[in-house]
Design a protein around this ligand. Structure first.
Ligand code: GTP
Ligand code: ZN
Length: 197
C-alpha cells in the first residue's frame, strides 16, 4: 500500500494555476489546490494498491451451496452495467459513460456480487487505459474467485477524444478481455456476449 502525497499535489496545482496566467490567491481559487488534491486522493485511490492488494480487500466469497456449479462447469455469473469513471493516462482526461460487464465461472466458491462492482471501481481509480482496466478487473477477479475463467467487456467515452483533439462526440470505445475458458471456448464466449448485449 502506497500513500498519495496530497501536499505535493497541492503545491503543483498552484503552479499550474500560475502557469495558466491566473492569480491563485484570488478568492475563487484560494482553496482550489487543496480541493484538487483531495479530489485526486479520492479519484486515484486505486493507485495506492496493487492488483493483489485489491484482491485481498474484496475477498468476500461464499462456499458454493446452491449447486450452481455441480456438473455444470460452464454456468456463469454475470454482472453488467456497472458504471465507472476513470482517467486516461495520456491526457489525464476523464473517461465517462463507462459501463462494465464482468462474467466468471464459479470454481467451488462464489463472490459477493457487490465485490465485483467494487473491484471494477477500484482499478478504474488509477491513471488508466480502457484496455488495462479490463485486464486489471480480470486479473483481480481471477485471484478472488480462484478461477481463470473470467470475461470483461467495457464501453466508454473518452473526453480526450470528445472534448478536445479530434472532438468526436459520441464515439464509443468497446474493449473485451477473455481469460481461461472464455478465451478457449467460442460457444461460451458467445453466450457471455449474448447475455451482456
Ligand atoms: N488505446 C487507448 N488509447 C487511448 C486511451 N485513452 C486515450 N487514448 C489515446 O492515446 C493517444 C495519445 O496519442 P498522442 O498522439 O500521443 O496524443 P495527442 O497528440 O494529444 O493525440 P490526439 O488525441 O490525436 O490529438 C490518443 O490517440 C488518444 O485517443 C485508452 O484508454 N486506450
Ligand atoms: Zn486521453
Amino acid at each position: 500500500m502506497k500513500s498519495i502525497d496530497t501536499e505535493k499535489i497541492e503545491k503543483n496545482i498552484r503552479q499550474i494555476l500560475i502557469a495558466l496566467g491566473d492569480n491563485p490567491d484570488r478568492e475563487g481559487l484560494a482553496e482550489t489546490p487543496k480541493r484538487v488534491a483531495n479530489m485526486y486522493k479520492e479519484v486515484f485511490e486505486g493507485m495506492r494498491y496493487s492488483n493483489e492488494e485489491v484482491a485481498e480487500m474484496f475477498d468476500k466469497t461464499f462456499e458454493e451451496e446452491t449447486g450452481y456449479t455441480v456438473n455444470k462447469s460452464k454456468n456463469m455469473v454475470v454482472v453488467q452495467d456497472i458504471p465507472i469513471f476513470s482517467f486516461c493516462e495520456h491526457h489525464l482526461a476523464l473517461m465517462y459513460n463507462m459501463k462494465v460487464a464482468v462474467g466468471y465461472i464459479p470454481n467451488k466458491k462464489i463472490i459477493g456480487l457487490s465485490k465485483i462492482a467494487r473491484i471494477a471501481e477500484m482499478v478504474a481509480k488509477r491513471l488508466q487505459l480502457q484496455e488495462r482496466i479490463g485486464r486489471d478487473i480480470a486479473e483481480v477477479m481471477a485471484m478472488v474467485a480462484n478461477t481463470d475463467d473470467v470475461a470483461v467487456v467495457i464501453e466508454g467515452e473518452h473526453s480526450c477524444m470528445t472534448s478536445r483533439g479530434i472532438k468526436k462526440g459520441g464515439a464509443l470505445t468497446k474493449t473485451s478481455t477473455f481469460k481461461g475458458k472464455f478465451e478457449e471456448d467460442n460457444e461460451l464466449r458467445n453466450e457471455f456476449l449474448l447475455l451482456v448485449k
